[in-house]
Design a protein around this ligand. Structure first.
Ligand code: GLP
Length: 244
């Protein structure tokens, strides 16, 4: 779906979340959201905060699972996705802290495998993800599924691509400070979500959006596996859709 601006696109996705959350709340049931970080979903999170404050959107039954976290990464670090999520969304709405799940960048190396398996189990225990929000990195990654991530990959520790580390450099005061590793949900874990919205805005995303959508699915571009999903909506502004 192509929108004139990123702001209009964000409102569209927020409205879809709003509709589902209200329906589930009315039925006394939880809504399970898969959430992304990065500049792309900021407008969506602002809109959800606005809906909470002005339109009574109640997030007290919402359960969230974030896609990824740098590793290693202390929770309180200004670079952690944990802190970013709290500052950008969770601290401004009535979500319950026990309903928030983010891969843990403070795990000891020997704890990582078991914790990743537990993360997947936790998602299953809530009945799976209802709506998954995604951005796309310049390498075509979803979450931190860098080139070479198989379609059947699950939550795990990964090594970051040099392009991804370069793109993150500004936020870390230089590329040398960007972690080399991250914990990420896998391609397969993401594709199990019932409904997916991948958002991409700006001309710098146009090339990778074209490759992800119009070329054959490949491990080189993990976002391309969305082509096989039953209910994935690609939400673009004019600039990101320019090469389609
Ligand atoms: C990081 C995140 C991804 C995100 C990507 C794009 O790699 N792990 O989940 O989609 O950045 O970021 P941005 O939205 O800032 O372009």
């Amino acid at each position: 779906v192509k929108f004139p601006t990123a702001a209009v696109a964000a409102r569209y996705v927020a409205k879809e979340i709003d509709k589902l959350v209200r329906a589930r709340n009315a039925a006394g049931k939880p809504t399970v959201l898969g959430l992304a970080t990065g500049s792309t979903p900021v407008g969506l999170y602002r809109e959800l905060i606005r809906m909470h404050k002005e339109e009574g959107l109640d997030l007290s039954r919402v359960v969230t699972f974030n896609l990824d976290e740098y590793y290693p990464m202390p929770k309180e670090s200004q670079h952690s996705y944990f802190r970013w999520m709290h500052e950008t969304l969770f601290g401004h709405v009535n979500i319950k802290w026990e309903n928030i799940h983010i891969p843990d960048g403070t795990l000891k190396p020997e704890e990582v495998d078991a914790a990743c398996a537990e993360y997947e189990e936790k998602i299953k225990s809530f009945g799976g993800i209802d709506i998954q929000i995604l951005g796309i990195g310049r390498t075509g990654h979803i979450a931190f599924n860098e080139p070479g991530s198989p379609q059947n990959s699950r939550t795990r520790l990964v090594t970051l691509d040099s392009i991804t580390r370069r793109d993150a450099a500004d936020g870390f005061f230089g590329e040398k400070n960007v972690p080399h590793h991250a914990l990420t949900m896998g391609v397969s874990s993401i594709l199990e979500a019932r409904r997916i919205f991948l958002m991409a805005f700006g001309e710098h995303k146009a090339g990778i959006v074209y490759k992800a959508l119009e070329q054959a699915p490949t491990e080189v571009i993990s976002a391309s596996f969305l082509q096989d999903h039953k209910d994935a909506t690609i939400v673009l502004d004019e600039a990101a859709a320019a090469e389609l």
